[in-house]
Design a protein around this ligand. Structure first.
Ligand code: PHE
Length: 454
């Protein structure tokens, strides 16, 4: 017996849910530190180009796969690919999403932990960067702290997912996203009024191409995939909750713009603060844990600002985490015939267990490294450097070559035929990117990363 598929209650609900998935730690935590570590504006430029040529087309391709088939990624890939090999490809993307949900939760747990520190007023004592580093190091060296907040974070996400697509995901993101925009806006305004703001802006917007390395190009592409939640079943699944006549241009284009703006604004906020305090922009993943608490403690109203900031990063992380877990849940429901509740519990418990080594990677498991990467970093590199681009590559090959661009475009136009009539160049752009640009560039970047070009 099949129940009719649940659909989003409204377009804005879909936009906010997908934007909620896209906007997350990758925008607020990762993008600024990647920019800082990889040479600033040149990296931003390559990132924007990756979004245009690869990120956006793959994003549209995945949403389209979901909307057309109305099922979870494994069945969706099989239906369009017409054989079980493609079903395996769909399963790989679901497994990737699950893996991401495990390590993402470990990191989001730190954010939650910092939120508690902020609430307790402890961040107010951090008056310089050295203190901040010591404080951070003490926290992440505590195994109970890491695992405890990883668990708490997953309990929250599982709780939301329990209520389903409309009452859980859609309603939750409708409340959380506007709050995030507001606080980010306040932080950007604050940052721009600080001393040395222009130095931060030129670091971000004045490219020095000599700084750009081949590995940075791979990282920029990985970031474009990661921030749009691609290659891991999320967009296929969220697309499958869309009405088949939804205008995909109107509902998807704003999401990519919002996601990009949030990344840029987050980088402006973080770097104006970093430069105003005379700190280095390339401190890596600890950037928001070291620099922001230091500055908050010196600002009027810093206590509240710190709470607000970590609350909202945590909320952004929640809306992303639920979207990384949902493909597994949809898979258990669609392909195995499970009810939603057991599917949610099993996914939540699974993500907790798999995430434990990540949550312990800076404490009791810190000795376990591979090529200098701890367990958490290794999960991140394997997922965002390899599995996610592979998942995106499979989706784009499915759409561009197996299903075929002619079919894909016919379905893409459903609900937005007027727009395509008015701007035929958009059709050319999609068919070129689906078939040639996106797959070729993904392969080139891989070959480059493997050292084929020397
Ligand atoms: N897009 C999310 C972010 O920017 C990360 C994410 C990836 C979330 C995949 C869900 C699925 O943080």
């Amino acid at each position: 017996m099949t129940t009719p598929r649940v659909h989003w209650a409204s377009r804005i609900g879909f936009i906010l849910a997908v934007a909620g998935s896209a906007v997350g730690l990758a925008n607020i935590w990762r993008f600024p530190y990647l920019v800082g570590k990889n040479g600033g504006a040149a990296f931003v430029a390559v990132y924007l180009l990756s979004l245009f040529v690869i990120g956006f087309p793959v994003f549209m391709a995945e949403i389209l796969i979901g909307r057309t088939t109305q099922v979870s990624p494994s069945s969706a890939f099989r239906r369009l690919g017409k054989n079980t090999w493609w079903s395996g490809a769909g399963k790989l993307t679901i497994a990737t999403g699950f893996l991401v949900s495990a390590f993402y939760s470990a990191i989001a747990g730190w954010i939650l932990g910092y939120l508690f520190e902020a609430l307790r007023g402890n961040l107010g004592c951090i008056t310089n960067c050295a203190d901040a580093v010591t404080y951070y190091t003490e926290l992440i060296h505590n195994p109970w702290w890491g695992v405890g907040f990883h668990l708490l974070f997953l309990v929250i996400c599982t709780g939301i997912l329990y209520f389903g697509v409309r009452k859980g995901i859609e309603r939750g993101t409708k409340i959380m996203m506007p709050m995030l925009f507001l606080v980010l806006g306040l932080l950007v305004i604050k940052g721009l009024t600080l001393p040395n703001a222009s130095q931060a802006l030129s670091f971000l917007f004045d490219p020095d191409w000599s700084e750009l390395t081949p590995i940075a190009v791979l990282i920029a592409m990985g970031q474009a995939f990661f921030t749009l939640s691609l290659g891991q079943g999320t967009m296929v699944t969220y697309g499958s909750y869309l009405d088949e006549d939804e205008n995909l241009i109107k509902s998807c284009f704003p999401i990519v713009i919002v996601d990009t703006l949030v990344s840029i604004f987050a980088a402006i906020a973080v770097f104006t603060i970093v430069f105003s305090a005379g700190m280095q922009p390339d401190s890596g993943p600890g950037l928001i844990f070291h620099t922001l608490p230091t500055v908050f403690s010196q600002m009027p109203g810093g206590y509240l600002l710190a709470i607000l900031f970590f609350l909202l990063v945590a909320l952004a992380a929640v809306t992303s985490e639920i979207s990384a877990m949902e493909p597994t849940i949809a898979y258990l429901m669609d392909d195995w015939g499970w009810n939603r509740k057991p599917a949610v519990y099993v996914t939540g418990i699974g993500a907790f267990l798999v995430g434990i080594p990540c949550a312990l990677s800076s404490s009791v498991l810190s000795a376990y490294t591979f090529k200098g990467l701890n367990i958490l970093e290794l999960f991140d590199v394997v997922a965002s450097g390899f599995l996610i681009p592979i998942g995106g590559f499979l989706a784009i090959i499915l759409v561009g070559w197996r299903w075929g661009t002619a079919n894909a475009l016919r379905y893409l136009k459903r609900g937005s035929s007027e727009f395509f009539k008015q701007y035929p160049v958009v059709e050319t752009y999609f068919s070129f990117c689906f078939k040639y640009a996106a797959p070729t560039l993904i392969v080139v970047v891989f070959l480059n990363a493997l050292g084929v070009f020397g």
